[in-house]
Structure formats: structure tokens, C-alpha cells
Design a protein around this ligand. Structure first.
Ligand code: NOJ
Length: 510
């Protein structure tokens, strides 16, 4: 097994969405003591690390991805000592802890923004991206917000616009200002000093914008992709040449890496870019000066993941990002759960779990994936996600993958004694952890075995990848580590193919 500061290479990282893991106070919202209580489940799964989605002080307009105090726990989730207890328990169980740093933007309630918006000449006037209107009063550029509408919001006091790539309540920090960079590095250091093992870095390619504020060019319809924003979102109509993915990001990532190296920490970045994802993956993760791992959206998109699609992605990876260290996930808190997205049931879900554990790179599993939870159908009245409310019903947002974890067969699945913040679907309760653990051959046991398989073979964990090809529904590839060689033949179909039964994934040594 990869030890020491290289533990992240090929690691299995289990993502926890704190609001929905385990409530211990009866307020219907999960909390840090709840996570601590349930860490045995993660350890039993065989994961190497947890990624905890944001738990910092926040007005929760984007459910924690709008931070108003980077150095404190939101009271809804507990206290900083609860966090220390979580880290201690995780470490006792041999689990690393990655926290989710949202550095690109803050909440509009962050004191930095309150100061910045107060005047054009205060000490933090330039900490956010402020710009004068065009002579006709309209926004400085044509940039769009991912969550809908323009990426600029008018502020009457400064008589200027400020940039927000997401909600208007998430103003974008101005990374061109070295003081901003330093303040964010200090935030990272604060948590490293508290004992975290690294970070998941939110929207890592959004840190910088074009300092000349140039308009994005249009993107012809044939080139539009809907993997990072839904098809109905006009965000896809632009080529995002100037609002994100800027070259100035690289020296900043190098500073962040140098800091992490002092603590032996590791990071996984989120790259949201439909046009240059693999190029950025290479830029950000090749070598040992920038990030350790990053994820792109190829396997998180709605596109069916048959044998030929997997082979196509790995071929592109070999051509465009041969030295990158990807982190693969099929599900997370931003996308439709993959068993529903790809219509996978029983054997099919198992086949994909095994396949994921055989891919080169690291892996993220999302809470509930180990139970094969389907996407929940949430009524409009119950929606919480502003993204879903904006584009309903053509795009229903992200609440369907954020419903509470189910631990037992009780009415709320053992998640809370109160009213859960999002409904717990009855079909989820039937798939609860207690029941799955008791059932021999359940999908939960399958996930445990698949993770164990990866751990048992250094070739699967860290080896090179070769000979990937799709032959009809069968995906074939080889992983190699020194003399050790593992061959994978996966039949991603409900019909037999040659010697392979429907959905059989054959993993053989040699
Ligand atoms: C990406 C996160 O994964 C998503 O949940 C969030 O809404 C945006 N970044 C904005 O922080």
C-alpha cells in the first residue's frame, strides 16, 4: 500500500455531505458529531480518507459553499472542538481527513466583503472583482453566472458591479491581489495546523479572471457541452476563455502546494471546464509542484458510460494529459446519482463499482453510493437548491442527490429524530446500511470487496494502465506495477459477451 505522504496515490476518498450524514441534535440537519459517530461505517468500507463538504460558518445560500468565516464551524454543524474530535476519531481509524476549501469566492456576509463594498478606497476595496459599468450602464463584460443570469451584480454604494460566478451572494475574490492570495494561504495553514490531511479545492480553475476584462466569445451550438452546466443553461453558449482557467492560477497553485508540502498534505481540485478540462488536469497535477489530484466531469456527466466511452476518455487522457493524476467519481453532491443517471440496477451497479476500483488515478465515492441509492424525486415545494429553483423543471437541481443517508429501517432512516431538511424517500429506507450489512451479497458488501480488491493489488492502486480497448460492450485493459500485472475484462451490458456473463467484470492476475 502507498504509505507516507504518497498515501493519496490511488486512494479511495469517501465524500460526506455534512447536512445529510447524521443528525445528533434533532434539528433535521446533519452535524459533525454525527459524522464522528458514523466513521466506523467509512472505515468498514475500506476507504483511505474522507472529504467533508463545507461545514464553515455560512448563511447557507449555497449550503455551505458560501463561507462567511473560514476559521469557524457553523453552529448548525457543531463547534471547532467537535471538528477536532472528528479528526481524532478519523485518525484513530486510519482515515485521512480532507476538508472542502471554497477559496474562489466568499459569502456576501463575509466581513471582507462588507468592508470591500463599503467604499472604493478602503483597505479591502480591491479584494473582490469590482468594475465600472460600460458607458451605457450595462455590465462590464458578457460573462454569465453558472447559476443563471449575468455574472455581475450592481452595487449602489460603490456604483460598480462585482463579479459572481455562482449566486449573487457568492462574490468572487480578486486573486490578482497578492494580499488576497496570502489571506487564503493563511486559511489553509490554519486548518493544516489543526491536523487536517489536505483539501478538496472547490472550483480550482475559477480563482483568476482575465484582468483585462475581455468578453467571452460565443461557442457554436455543435461545440456546446452540458457536463458542467445543464443544457438549458446559457452558460454553455460561451467559450469560457476569459472568466476562468487563467494562466496566473499556476503560480498560486505552486504556493499552495509548497505550503501543503510542509505538512505532508494532499489536495484534490475540482476542475469545471467543458472545453479544456484535460489540458487543465495536466497543467494542475503533472509533476509535484502543483496539485496532487484533480477531477473533471467526464464520468459525472449525463453521457452514458459504455465501454466505448470509457475507452474514449482514457485515450484522450493519454493524448492530452499523460502525466496527470485524475480522481474519478461517478457521483457527488452536484450531479444526479449515477445509478439513476445511467439506469443501473443490481448487477449493473456492481459492475460499475468494480470498474471504478480498477481505474488509474484516485477515486471518490459519494455517501449512499455504497447502497446504490437512486436519485430522489423532490417536489418543487421541498426544493432547497437555488440552482434547481432557477431552472425547474427542465433541470431539477442537486437536492435529489443530497437527501439524508439511511442507516436503519425507521421513518427517517435513522438520520434524525426530527424533520429531515430534505425528505427521506421510502425507497431509500429499504436500502439502509443496517439491512445491507446484514444481507449477504448486498451491494454494500460488494463495495467493501471492490475497495479491498483495489487495496490488495498495488497494480490497481498505483500501476500504469495499458491496452485499453472497447470491443462491443466489453472493455479490456491492463494495470501494471513492476512485475505485477492485472487484466480487467468488463462486460458493461445485460447480454452475455463471449465468455463473459452479463455485467461480469473479470479481474485476473497476469
Ligand atoms: C462547486 C461545488 O461542488 C458546488 O456544490 C458549489 O455550488 C459551487 N462549486 C460553488 O461553490
Amino acid at each position: 500500500m502507498t504509505q507516507g505522504s504518497d498515501w493519496w496515490k490511488g486512494a479511495v476518498i469517501y465524500q460526506i455531505y455534512p447536512r445529510s450524514y447524521q443528525d445528533t441534535t434533532g434539528d433535521g440537519v446533519g452535524d459533525l458529531p454525527g459524522i464522528t459517530r458514523r466513521l466506523d461505517h467509512v472505515a468498514d468500507l475500506g476507504a483511505d480518507a474522507i472529504w467533508v463538504s463545507p461545514f464553515f460558518r455560512s448563511p447557507m445560500k449555497d449550503y455551505g459553499y458560501d463561507v462567511s468565516d473560514y476559521r469557524d464551524v457553523d453552529p448548525m454543524f457543531g463547534t471547532i472542538s467537535d471538528f477536532d474530535a472528528l479528526v481524532a476519531r478519523a485518525h484513530d481509524l486510519g482515515l485521512k481527513v480532507l476538508i472542502d476549501l471554497v477559496l474562489s469566492h466568499t459569502s456576501d456576509q463575509h466581513p471582507w466583503f462588507a468592508e470591500s463594498r463599503a467604499s472604493r478606497d478602503n483597505a479591502r476595496a480591491d479584494w473582490y472583482v469590482w468594475a465600472d459599468p460600460k458607458p451605457d450602464g450595462t455590465a462590464p463584460t458578457n460573462w454569465l453566472s453558472i447559476f443563471g443570469g449575468p455574472a455581475w451584480q450592481w452595487d449602489a454604494r460603490r456604483e460598480q458591479y462585482y463579479l459572481h460566478n455562482f449566486l449573487t451572494a457568492q462574490p468572487d475574490l480578486n486573486f490578482h491581489n497578492p494580499d488576497v492570495q496570502q489571506a487564503l494561504l493563511d486559511v489553509a495553514r490554519f486548518w493544516l495546523e489543526r491536523g487536517v490531511d489536505g483539501f478538496r479545492l472547490d472550483t480550482i480553475n475559477f480563482y483568476f479572471h482575465d484582468a483585462q476584462l475581455r468578453d467571452n466569445p460565443p461557442l457554436p451550438p455543435a461545440e456546446r457541452r452540458s457536463d458542467t452546466a445543464p443544457a438549458v443553461n446559457p452558460y454553455n453558449h460561451q467559450s469560457h476563455r476569459f472568466d476562468k482557467s487563467q494562466p496566473e492560477n499556476l503560480p498560486f497553485l505552486e504556493q499552495l502546494r509548497a505550503l501543503m508540502d510542509q505538512y505532508g498534505a494532499a489536495a484534490v481540485g475540482e476542475i469545471g471546464d467543458s472545453e479544456r478540462a484535460l489540458e487543465l488536469l495536466e497543467e494542475y497535477t503533472a509533476g509535484s509542484k502543483r496539485m496532487h489530484m484533480s477531477y473533471v466531469f467526464d464520468f459525472l456527466s449525463g453521457e452514458d458510460l459504455g465501454a466505448s466511452r470509457v475507452a474514449e476518455v482514457f485515450e484522450a487522457l493519454e493524448a492530452e494529459a499523460p502525466n496527470a493524476w485524475p480522481c474519478w467519481a461517478f457521483s457527488n453532491h452536484d450531479v444526479v446519482r449515477h445509478v439513476s443517471r445511467w439506469n443501473l440496477w443490481d448487477q449493473a451497479a456492481r459492475a460499475y463499482a468494480t470498474l471504478l476500483m480498477c481505474l488509474r488515478g484516485s477515486v471518490c465515492l459519494y455517501q449512499g453510493e455504497e447502497l446504490a441509492l437512486p436519485e430522489a424525486d423532490i417536489a418543487f415545494e421541498d426544493l432547497r437548491d437555488p440552482y434547481g429553483i432557477e431552472f425547474w423543471p427542465e433541470f431539477k437541481g442537486r437536492d435529489g442527490c443530497r437527501t439524508p443517508m439511511v442507516w436503519d429501517g425507521s421513518a427517517t432512516g435513522g438520520f434524525t429524530d426530527g424533520k429531515p431538511w430534505l425528505p427521506v424517500p421510502p425507497e431509500h429506507i429499504a436500502r439502509n446500511v443496517e439491512a445491507m450489512a446484514a444481507e449477504q451479497g448486498s451491494i454494500l458488501h460488494h463495495y467493501r470487496q471492490a475497495v479491498a480488491l483495489r487495496k490488495a493489488h498495488p497494480a490497481l492502486r498505483t500501476g500504469s494502465i495499458h491496452e485499453m480497448r472497447a470491443d462491443g460492450s466489453v472493455l479490456h485493459f491492463v494495470r501494471e506495477d513492476g512485475d505485477a500485472r492485472v487484466t480487467i475484462d468488463a462486460n458493461l451490458s445485460d447480454a452475455p459477451a463471449g465468455a463473459l456473463a452479463p455485467w461480469e467484470v473479470r479481474v485476473t492476475e497476469g
